[in-house]
Design a protein around this ligand. Structure first.
Ligand SMILES: Nc1ncnc2c1ncn2[C@@H]1O[C@H](COP(=O)(O)OP(=O)(O)O)[C@@H](O)[C@H]1O
Ligand SMILES: [Mg+2]
Length: 344
């Protein structure tokens, strides 16, 4: 993998559209590279933008571009199954479980992938996609374009690889405590008479396996954080208005320790030709120009890409996305410029 392009910003400013347009443009500029566009917004809309059903399977969109709208729930179930099975077995080693059959049922129904927070599930998927050492991947991608959710959830996606182990441990511990709690409630009578575990050796072996799995997760988390540091490139999308401008300042501050911010997109500017003969458009444009200045003052060191509000053609379908890419990057932008905007 060479580059991970992440698009962030407030809802509705054009993150998904610009992600899709960027992926399409790169796929035509770099026909020999394998490119993936992936959505991390719970409300996936890549299918709408490409006008093709994408969903949870890698879907080929052009000769060298694939898309996916991952179902984080299905993935988390698969990914955590082994760990959960081991933890369940460990819990069931408690002899109290044999005395009170309800506890076994409680263990089976409480500790499921359902109870993993969505942000963690998404982060697990993000890691899987990025994990170059994960040999189970069907296709190795050269460039990944990630359409991220608005800022709060975006930060969670970066944060979790670093905190993976703490979270898994906390999660396991919560479960362990809930079982102990259940034992206290239903098992008061028995607790006096039985040791907590029947087969000490088996319990210890399982414990070691769980610790090993957690260590693997830790290594994976470190690997991924490093990868994002090394080849990640964040671009923030805003419109020329106060709320989304404020949002990208926050996003910059909250993500600076995880990923390089390389560029800002100012999207949906009112075209001058409309501003000249419509009072409303004129006023709107005047405000936009003011914010345009403010954004330049704040982010002037970065590459700033401006794009107008399209009115003649919707940015939908391959055609529409190529059209939007022309608006965003101009017709002559090179792949290098799009991949490494800071060097230009
Ligand atoms: N430059 C543009 N001109 C016209 N419409 C645009 C432009 N950029 C985005 N849109 C439209 O704005 C809406 C929101 O865009 P979207 O990419 O879904 O935003 P986000 O992912 O930030 O929520 C969509 O209907 C999209 O087609
Ligand atoms: Mg979106």
């Amino acid at each position: 993998m060479e580059r991970i392009i992440v698009l962030g910003g407030k809802g509705g400013v054009g993150k998904s559209s610009i992600s899709a347009a960027t992926a399409v443009r790169l796929s035509t500029l770099l026909p020999e590279k394998r490119i993936l566009i992936i959505s991390f917004d719970m409300a996936h809309n890549l299918s709408d933008l490409f006008d093709t059903e994408i969903g949870n399977e890698l879907t080929q969109l052009t000769q060298n571009l694939w898309g996916i709208e991952p179902d984080a729930n299905a993935f988390a179930e698969e990914y955590t199954k082994e760990l959960i099975d081991k933890l369940k077995t460990l819990m069931k080693q408690m002899p109290i479980v044999g005395f009170i059959p309800q506890i076994e049922e409680y263990i089976d129904t409480t500790f499921t992938a359902d109870s993993i927070p969505l942000a963690l599930k998404n982060a697990m998927f993000f890691q899987k996609i990025l994990d170059a050492e994960d040999l189970t991947q069907q296709i190795q991608f050269d460039i990944v374009v990630a359409d991220f959710p608005p800022t709060g959830n975006m930060v969670a996606l970066f944060e979790i690889p670093e905190d993976q182990v703490k979270i898994v441990l906390k999660y396991s511990l919560n479960f362990y405590n809930s079982i102990k709690g259940a034992m206290r409630n239903v098992g008061k009578m028995f607790r006096k008479f039985v040791a907590p575990f029947s087969d000490e050796k088996k319990r210890r072996e399982l414990g070691v396996e769980i610790v090993n799995m957690v260590q693997d997760l830790e290594e994976r988390g470190e690997r991924i954080s490093q990868l994002i540091h090394d080849i990640g490139s964040l671009r923030l999308v805003t419109i020329a208005e106060k709320p989304s401008f404020e949002e990208i300042k926050r996003a910059r501050d909250l993500t600076s320790k995880y990923i390089d911010l390389d560029a800002v997109h100012i999207n949906m500017l009112t075209p001058k030709k409309y501003a000249d003969n419509c009072d409303f458009c004129h006023k709107l444009r005047a405000t936009q120009l003011r914010y345009n200045e403010e954004i330049r003052n704040e982010f002037g060191k970065l590459r700033i890409w401006k794009s107008k509000k399209l009115v003649d053609k919707e940015p939908i379908g391959l055609d529409g996305l190529i059209y939007l890419a022309n608006e965003v990057y101009g017709k002559v932008a090179s792949a290098k410029e799009i991949l490494y905007p800071k060097s230009y």
